[in-house]
Design a protein around this ligand. Structure first.
Ligand SMILES: *[C@@H]1O[C@H](CO)[C@@H](O)[C@H](O)[C@H]1NC(C)=O
Ligand SMILES: *[C@@H]1O[C@H](CO)[C@@H](O)[C@H](O)[C@H]1NC(C)=O
Ligand SMILES: *[C@@H]1O[C@H](CO)[C@@H](O)[C@H](O)[C@H]1NC(C)=O
Ligand SMILES: *[C@@H]1O[C@H](CO)[C@@H](O)[C@H](O)[C@H]1NC(C)=O
Length: 644
């Protein structure tokens, strides 16, 4: 049982009784549990702790070390000191606020707060005092009654996340089906009556996120008792990283094929009794036959669907070794319930006592091997600015250990830097053992400074981070790329973008040097979304259409365009819009009026994930980054790591 990841115990009787008598039915549904991967860093520790040897990892280490010795590094005579702070500033005098847009105002505020934060971290020596305060202890178990759970918004918070062997057990009861009014869910065909639906969602979430981002749904577990389009009870699972849903996995009561991959030795989907399946009778017959004949063949048991309206169930979620989507266990900081279910009790046990994110040095591998080279004082071919957020320590480490290891970067022909603003308080929900928000912010900023000092690859943009102001980081990339790095081309990407540096540079070099270039996955005639959570108001964007713009996760400009942007920003004549990629499209449209810009469109700058033969891949978790780099570097294969 220990190794099982998701166990569902269901009983049709009272739970007290059930505990006394033993489980009447036990159905093991080993489903895809996506939060089981730890980053390689942690895995290394795992390796030493558990005594398992992973040849793969060792092979990687030695191989790369060899590579380092053999790679012909171009001698760099002179270098510039690594500039840690962006020169970007925004202090126009606005005693009169007329004609100043909301985004300009918030940019000015963010810069003035950022100034204070910067002074704070410049002054603050990493004191032991601070470190002590962060070493708070989380309880090893949490028990909540149903009523307390409901009062807390149907969410149980695990401030220190989960660790290998942690488990959460829930006793609950699905409610009776109701008439579904939400047309999105019921999806009626004409003439059809409203649908009866009973379903609920259990979500393992990562609650500590940056402002403006939804918490990632590490596991979305959605039993549908009634109302699924298939007409049968089923369990759907998914995962959602940076607001992007993955491919849903549906368990419909058919056993996984023998050749399908397993999770810690368990099949992904178990079989349960279906009313349209006649083979169960045969199974019973053959079971009897096998018994009579005395065969030792493994016996297949049949269980009903593990959830029934009005009947108690016991569900245990436990953390094992294998998983799919590249989340670290400590990211799993909350478990929420939604939908047609009443939770009677919830118990979480074997929890870790500290959260490694408050000790980023555990995520960060402070090895000289991952330090960046200083900037050469000669012009470079390509400057890559990577948008990142203060607490994305793991994401940055994965970039350092993957595509930043290209020879092009090691030889300083291409330079890559992270652009990070200063963290405001972390959004931390409901917790007894978390440090105060004030300290969380100082801690993240101080750690960021330390990380920046050590690796030399972070450019801090001195404003307080805000999702609506990422456009400022784009401006900072342009400014730094032309002024500090003297690059021929400037590329912008995100810290979950995997970049094939060689392919991208080759694509840019295909265009005549004298031409101005805008290269990426270009959208033509896109319209602003006017409703919903990500709506754009007419005040923010009055026109009906957006200009042609390249998708944000990866695009390239020639330096003349970047220079134009930096200059206009300094003169306070650069129009800002909260979507950085659309802003870029707008600025380039303007530039194109004086000098013609070559718009080069390529789908290989993949926006939605990863495609064959990609130039850039997006939404790649730290684990996937390392996997892709291994394929590329060790095996020479341009392949995605979908890990599904
Ligand atoms: C801003 O403008 C006000 C009045 O218009 C003036 O008194 C003040 O000195 C200005 N501040 C700066 C920094 O220029
Ligand atoms: C930090 O904690 C250690 C051990 O818990 C203690 O010895 C030390 O005095 C503490 N430092 C401060 C500044 O509180
Ligand atoms: C089950 O049996 C019924 C009648 O015996 C038959 O009509 C039906 O097609 C069978 N279904 C399956 C899935 O074999
Ligand atoms: C760029 O300018 C040229 C004329 O100089 C025009 O034909 C072209 O449509 C413009 N491109 C865009 C995308 O605005």
């Amino acid at each position: 049982m220990k190794r099982t990841k998701l166990e569902l115990f269901i009983s049709l009787r009272q739970i007290q009784f059930l505990i006394g008598v033993g489980f009447l039915y036990m159905l093991v549904v080993s489903l895809v549990v996506p939060f089981l991967f730890k980053s390689i860093t942690q895995e290394d520790e795992q390796v030493s702790r558990t005594g398992f040897l992973s040849n793969h990892l060792f092979a990687l280490d030695s191989e790369e070390e060899l590579q380092e010795k053999e790679a012909p590094i171009r001698p760099i005579p002179k270098t510039l000191p690594n500039s840690k702070k962006s020169n970007l500033n925004y202090d126009i005098n606005i005693s009169s606020t007329d004609g100043v847009g909301a985004i300009q105002k918030s940019a000015m505020e963010a810069f003035s707060v950022g100034k204070k934060f910067w002074e704070e971290i410049e002054l603050e020596l990493p004191s032991k005092n601070m470190r002590n305060q962060t070493k708070e202890i989380c309880p090893s178990s949490v028990t909540l009654s149903g009523s307390v759970f409901e009062k807390r918004g149907s969410i149980i918070v695990l401030p220190c996340g989960m660790t290998l062997g942690s488990h959460i057990t829930v006793v609950g009861r699905p409610r009776q089906a109701h008439l579904e009014q939400n047309p999105k869910i019921s999806l009626l065909k004409p003439g059809q009556k409203n649908l009866m639906v009973s379903q609920f969602m259990m979500e393992l979430q990562g609650l500590k996120t940056v402002d403006g981002e939804d918490p990632p749904r590490i596991l979305h577990f959605n039993p549908r008792l009634k109302g699924d389009w298939s007409g049968k009870p089923m369990i759907e699972q998914n995962t959602c990283y940076r607001m992007q849903w993955g491919l849903a996995q549906r368990c419909e009561g058919w056993k996984s094929r023998a050749d399908e991959e397993t999770v810690d030795g368990q099949v992904k989907c178990e079989k349960w009794i279906r009313d349209d399946d006649n083979s169960s009778e045969e199974t019973k017959t053959s079971w009897w036959l096998n018994r009579m004949i005395g065969r030792t063949k493994k016996v297949a048991f049949d269980w009903p669907f593990p959830f029934a309206e009005g009947k108690l169930f016991v569900l245990t979620l436990s953390a094992g070794l294998e998983g799919y989507h590249g989340f670290a266990l400590e990211d799993a900081t909350g478990l929420a319930f939604k939908g047609d279910v009443d939770v009677n009790a919830i118990f979480a046990g074997s929890l870790p006592s500290t959260h490694p994110n408050f000790a980023p040095q555990r995520t960060l591998e402070m090895s000289n091997r991952w330090k960046t080279r200083p900037l050469p004082d000669t012009p470079i071919d390509l400057f890559i600015g990577v948008l990142s957020a203060g607490n994305h320590f793991a994401e940055r480490m994965a970039v350092r250990k993957s595509w930043m290891q290209y020879d092009l970067i090691k030889s300083s022909r291409v330079v890559a830097r992270f652009f990070v603003a200063l963290a405001r308080a972390l959004r931390v929900i409901l917790s007894r053992c978390l440090i105060s928000q004030q300290h969380a912010r100082k801690e993240v900023n101080a750690e960021l400074k330390k990380e920046s000092d050590f690796f030399g690859d972070i450019v801090i943009v001195p404003y307080m981070d805000n999702y609506d102001l990422v456009v400022l980081k784009t401006v900072a990339i342009c400014e730094y790329g032309v002024r500090t790095a003297s690059a021929k081309y400037i590329m912008k990407c995100d810290d979950d973008t995997f970049v094939r540096v060689d392919a991208v540079l080759t694509a840019a070099n295909k265009i005549d040097d004298r031409k101005s270039l805008y290269l990426g996955n270009i959208n033509y005639y896109h319209k602003p979304l006017r409703y919903g959570k990500w709506a754009v108001t007419y005040e923010e964007w009055p026109e009906e259409d957006y200009p042609p713009y390249a998708n944000g996760p990866g695009y390239i400009l020639s330096s003349d365009i970047a220079k134009f942007i930096a200059l206009k920003f300094e003169k306070h004549t650069l129009k800002l819009f909260k979507m950085e990629d659309v802003s870029m499209g707008m600025w380039i449209e303007q530039f194109n009026k004086t000098k013609r810009v070559e718009y080069v469109h390529s789908l290989k700058f993949c926006q939605f994930g990863c495609i064959q033969d990609y130039y850039t891949a997006h939404y790649q978790s730290p684990r996937q980054m390392l996997c892709m780099w291994n394929k590329l570097h060790l095996q020479g294969r341009i392949e995605c790591c979908n890990m599904r």
